[in-house]
Design a binder for this molecule. Structure first.
Ligand code: SF4
Length: 324
């Protein structure tokens, strides 16, 4: 079966059962994003609802999925209404919840339920996990080539890590392409960025952000949530793995991870990306409060290129970092 999903979740049992799993966010952002948003708006999605939700609706409504897996706890409350809409269109829906209190027993139960539903046992799940962990280990290397040797750009880092949410719908092909990329990247000259930035928050809706930062002499050497999608913890136990994954839990788990990486990667500053009409904008208050490096809050709304105002704000921010 072909199963679309609304955000990263334990996909190992589904792969073990032989299904194809696809991240709807990736269809949205790598496809005809503007058209997908418009499609949702034509169905009545309001202007003041996040573009990602509209894009996910457009992606799910336009493709032939046997099921859509909705992550109804640990992502976005808009997902509840989105799923009801899709169900009303005749789409079959499945659910997964990350426990709000990060309770391991509840998380273990959720994963077990997935296994039971898809008719696989833990050994089968773990066999797939071992294959994915082999790829995740290579992504840790790719990440090191970004922040240690500078042989991988911030944009390339973003591309590979964000696509690790579903491994492009075929993890064997993804791994083969990753091997080719890594072999080439390792042959590149070492490079030292003048300004080292972190990118925090959901992936940017802007198509040219990384390119613009590079043209202004800054390099993103830490993509926070994209790195989370690539699950770099390499824990043996599957429950442990999804317990360490920071995105579905509170801002405190994210902040703990961000603080370590800001130090380790010697960041000059961070861009905290917020999506218009997203509840996570509230998390940004604590990010600004508790991080010790300069934070630029950058808001995106519609898919497309950076508008002049955002470019100006980035320029002034980078000037300030240089001055410091
Ligand atoms: S950006 Fe925010 S509002 Fe939009 S889908 Fe993601 S969590 Fe929901």
């Amino acid at each position: 079966m072909k199963i679309g999903f609304t955000t990263s979740f334990p996909l190992e049992p589904l792969l073990a059962a032989g299904h194809q799993v696809i991240d709807l966010n990736n269809i949205f952002i790598t496809g005809k994003s503007v058209e997908l948003v418009l499609k949702a708006e034509k169905q009545g999605y309001p202007r003041n609802i996040c573009s990602w939700i509209k894009g996910i609706y457009g992606a799910a409504a336009g493709a032939e999925f046997d099921y859509v897996m909705g992550i109804i706890q640990g992502d976005c409350s808009n997902t509840h209404s989105l799923l009801m809409n899709l169900a009303d269109n005749g789409q079959k829906i499945l659910y997964f919840s990350f426990p709000f209190d990060r309770d391991k027993t509840k998380l273990a139960k959720e994963i077990e339920q997935l296994e039971n539903y898809f008719g696989v046992n833990r050994a089968q799940t773990m066999k797939v996990k071992a294959n994915l962990d082999k790829i995740r280990r290579k992504l840790v290397t790719l990440d090191e080539l970004t922040w240690q040797s500078g042989q991988v750009t911030g944009e390339e880092n973003h591309y590979w890590l964000v696509n690790a949410s579903d491994f492009g719908g075929n993890y064997r092909n993804y791994e083969a392409e990753l091997d080719v990329f890594l072999a080439k990247a390792k042959m590149r000259e070492l490079s030292k960025p003048k300004l080292r930035l972190g990118f925090l928050g959901v992936p940017p809706i802007f198509s040219d952000l990384y390119e613009y930062l590079e043209s202004e002499g800054a390099q993103v050497v830490y993509n926070e949530i994209q790195r989370q999608f690539a699950m770099p913890y390499l824990k043996e136990d599957i429950v442990e793995q999804y317990w360490h994954y920071t995105y579905p839990y509170s801002i405190n788990e994210r902040l703990a991870d961000i603080r370590i990486e800001v130090e380790r990667r010697k960041l000059d500053g961070v861009i905290s990306y917020t999506q218009s009409f997203c509840h996570r904008q509230i998390d940004n208050i604590l990010i600004r409060k508790y991080l010790k490096v300069p934070v630029l809050t950058l808001e995106g709304d519609q898919p497309g290129v950076l508008e002049a105002r955002s470019k100006l704000r980035i320029e002034s921010y980078l000037d300030m970092l240089r001055y410091k």
